[in-house]
Design a protein around this ligand. Structure first.
Ligand SMILES: Nc1ncnc2c1ncn2[C@@H]1O[C@H](COP(=O)(O)OP(=O)(O)O)[C@@H](O)[C@H]1O
Ligand SMILES: [Mg+2]
Length: 343
């Protein structure tokens, strides 16, 4: 494919493509190939490339659709940059490159260059033992800040998962990447009519029942769910969606074939069991006080009942600033880690 054979080429904006990142380490994102690139000053960066080969045999609408998705992701990324969203990965350049190995129109490859991260959340935390817990909770806090930055601008990410969260060691910062599936309040996104455009493995339970509410706050709650799942995933070794479905189908094997409203109680009781185990495991790793905080955070963020998720019986919190509340709670966790000597 044209986008997979770019090593050795140089973009018009001066990025020399030096190395393809093995597909195995990627998450099998749809049509993209990833490369390391370097410019004249010796700065390294990350390039994501996409070509039209997969839709060439299809009709014009599919070709147009794919280009539309690329342009939308690029525009959203630049919007985030303009709005100074510090916890969203920054694009450095974008454009089109012509592959010499193919003839027109297949030789057209579209790319975006990003600042280069040192690792993603999956390789740094999920697949690795011996975590530095303070770094871990700081990373999740940064994801909350990223979500707040997006939500305030009327954007919901819809695909927050371990491989889409990037770590930058020099600045001790974590940022959210892969804005290819976002939906936006203004209705510009090609995915606005999708029940869920992100990875279904991480989709909250209501989405698995195809229960979709046509309100932006509903999309925000699905992002909150995915962030809570990052904590659960690290401690229990599996995402909360998969765990909830396993638990609920154990209670009632056909639960996923019923509608959401009539199944939510089953999910809630499965979820309560999961939380008890989660708290025990957290206590073993981090002690009682931290485990209690974490149980509270995950139970709010990941609750299978969307009417209870992230709700606060004492005061109404506008959905667009909900993520900040959890950034605050993670600060408490970080403080507790420091006081109790957990590192
Ligand atoms: N800026 C970056 N620096 C380093 N690695 C990155 C960067 N952006 C993405 N990656 C890696 O490449 C993988 C795929 O990138 P992503 O943007 O998620 O595209 P997709 O999932 O659509 O293929 C990520 O899971 C991550 O491991
Ligand atoms: Mg991805």
């Amino acid at each position: 494919m044209p986008s997979t054979s770019l090593t050795g080429e140089t973009t018009e904006c001066g990025w020399h493509i030096t190395e393809k990142i093995s597909q195995k380490s990627s998450t099998g994102g749809n049509f993209c190939t990833q490369y390391i690139v370097i410019n004249e000053d010796g700065r390294k960066a990350f390039l994501k490339a996409m070509d039209l080969k997969s839709v060439m045999q299809k009709d014009l609408q599919d070709i147009q659709g794919l280009i539309g998705e690329y342009l939308f992701e690029r525009n959203i990324l630049y919007l985030c940059k303009e709005e100074n969203m510090t916890k969203i990965v920054t694009p450095l350049s974008s454009g089109e490159i012509t592959s010499k190995k193919y003839s027109p129109p297949l030789n057209r490859v579209f790319f975006i260059v990003f600042e280069l991260a040192d690792s993603d959340f999956r390789t740094r935390y999920i697949e690795r033992e011996g975590t530095n817990w303070i770094d871990f909770f700081r990373s999740v806090k940064h994801v909350c800040i990223a979500a707040e930055q997006l939500h305030r601008a009327g954007i919901a990410h819809q695909d927050i998962k371990p491989s889409n969260v990037l770590n930058f060691y020099e600045d001790n910062t974590t940022k959210v990447a892969d804005l290819g599936r976002v939906i936006d309040e203004n209705g510009m996104s090609p995915f606005n009519n999708f029940e869920y455009a992100g990875d279904m493995t991480y989709a909250p339970i209501e989405i698995r029942h195809r229960h979709v509410v046509d309100e932006f706050s509903f999309r925000i709650l699905s992002d909150m769910h995915s962030i809570g799942s990052l904590i659960y995933h690290k401690i229990m070794g599996v995402g909360i969606s998969v765990a909830t479905i396993n638990e609920s189908t154990y209670i009632s094997p056909d639960v996923l074939s019923s509608d959401y409203t009539s199944s939510v109680e089953i999910h809630a009781s499965g979820f309560a069991k999961l939380l008890r185990r989660f708290k025990m495991q957290s206590e073993e790793c981090l002690g009682f006080d931290i485990a209690q905080e974490l149980e509270n955070i995950v139970s709010e963020m990941c609750h299978p009942d969307i009417n209870l998720r992230c709700s606060n019986s004492r005061k109404f919190i506008p959905p667009k600033v909900l993520a900040r509340r959890y950034a605050g709670k993670l600060n408490t966790v970080i403080r507790l880690c420091k006081v109790q000597g957990v590192s």
